[in-house]
Design a protein around this ligand. Structure first.
Ligand code: TXA
Ligand code: MG
Length: 344
């Protein structure tokens, strides 16, 4: 199968894509977080094709994407007040809520769980495709299972060429890390995966917001089965450092000297780049000012794809503090590094 990148986002082309989704095909679609691998979320055979294209274990449930809040009504048993509050505040946007599923939702979408994950993306082209398709669209990130998520159409193409008919190209995703996944109950919410909507933001509308214990301890059973798999791994081994630009530059320089016969890649802030650029050789990706979690999130997966293309031997990254959007991006960095994060 030849994979076509659709960059001319005409009404005619969006109809073509929606038609393909209705026929049961898998199409890559843009969202504000990362590109998704979409298929009809009410049809088991269509969703089987997603698992096949990703090489993903089929007990890992999918998020159903909808064009507006009204579309979730047939998909759930009930909508607690907490959910209405979250939807009013954060939809469309990078927040996925799980609610008890109705019989309309196939087990294939939920991996057999009794809750379904729902999200309305803050992306006009995406929502237009969702409206035209007329069915909820199940969409995991459009990468081969275990690899970094794609934030550009080219990154999708690199993983999915030959596996799907179309990629809808709407440029780079603005946020760059996946949505926050929360389990919603009458009495509060549990964050199953940190993402674009932070704990602090959730606390502005809901009183009782907690992180799932699995996020900080490997001994707890994960509620979001996806969290137990290897994730976001670049081709080369990666290590991350957190500290002042001076400390990070010193730590990098030490490793670079030890590995003088290897080709390194460095994800750094502008300040750290200024300290390193005249002294070391390697592939640099500069994300923004020191400590800027928003810019790091936006650039994170893109940098990993770039380093994969360069074919480097090892990667060093400069992390940010674990607060605000930093929680989401450091959660991805931790997995990409296999836990190799060093606080300086
Ligand atoms: O930003 C995003 O959420 C992107 C874009 C494409 O929308 N999608 C995405 O999907 O990241 P995926 O499949 O890569 O991650 C979905 C996460 C997994 O960790 C999965 O285990 C969890 O959501 N999840 C899905 N359904 C669930 C459910 N019913 N209960 C608990 N966790 C669920
Ligand atoms: Mg994913």
């Amino acid at each position: 199968m030849e994979t076509k990148i659709i960059s001319e986002l005409t009404t005619e082309n969006l109809h073509l894509v929606a038609e393909s989704l209705r026929r049961g095909e898998v199409v890559a679609i843009p969202t504000e977080t990362v590109y998704g691998l979409g298929a009809n979320g009410l049809d088991e055979a269509s969703m089987d094709k997603i698992y096949a294209a990703k090489g993903r274990p089929s007990d890992n449930p999918l998020i159903l994407h909808v064009p507006n809040a009204d579309s979730i009504k047939p998909l759930v048993k009930e909508i607690p007040d907490t959910a209405y509050k979250l939807i009013d505040a954060f939809w469309p946007g990078p927040l996925t809520i799980t609610l008890p599923k109705s019989d309309l939702v196939p087990d294939r979408a939920t991996g057999g769980l009794d809750r379904v994950a729902l999200r309305c993306p803050d992306h006009d082209i995406c929502r237009e495709v969702l409206s035209l398709a007329g069915v909820p669209i199940a969409a995991p990130s459009a990468n081969i299972s275990g690899r970094p998520s794609p934030t550009t159409a080219q990154a999708v193409y690199d993983d999915m060429n030959g596996r799907i008919p179309y990629i809808v190209d709407a440029g780079i995703c603005t946020i760059g890390v996946e949505s926050t996944v929360v389990e919603v109950r009458e009495d509060g919410v549990t964050i199953l995966r940190p993402g674009g909507i932070t704990k602090e933001m959730l606390e502005t509308v809901v009183e009782n917001v907690v992180y799932d214990p699995f996020l900080s301890s490997q001994n707890e059973a994960p509620k979001a089965p996806g969290m137990k798999y290897k994730h976001y791994a670049p081709d080369a081994p990666m290590r991350a450092f957190i500290g002042s630009p001076d400390d990070v530059a010193d730590a990098f320089t030490k490793v670079i000297r030890e590995r003088e016969n290897n080709r390194g890649a460095f994800l750094v802030s502008e300040e750290t780049y200024d300290l390193l650029k005249d002294n070391v050789q390697g592939e640099f990706h500069v994300y923004g000012h020191h400590g800027d979690a928003v810019r790091l999130a936006h650039n994170f997966y893109k940098s990993l794809h770039y380093f994969n293309e360069c074919g480097v031997d090892y990667i060093l990254a400069e992390g940010v503090e674990n607060s605000g959007l930093g929680v989401a991006v450091m959660n991805r960095m931790d997995k990409a590094c296999g836990g190799q994060i060093i606080y300086l």
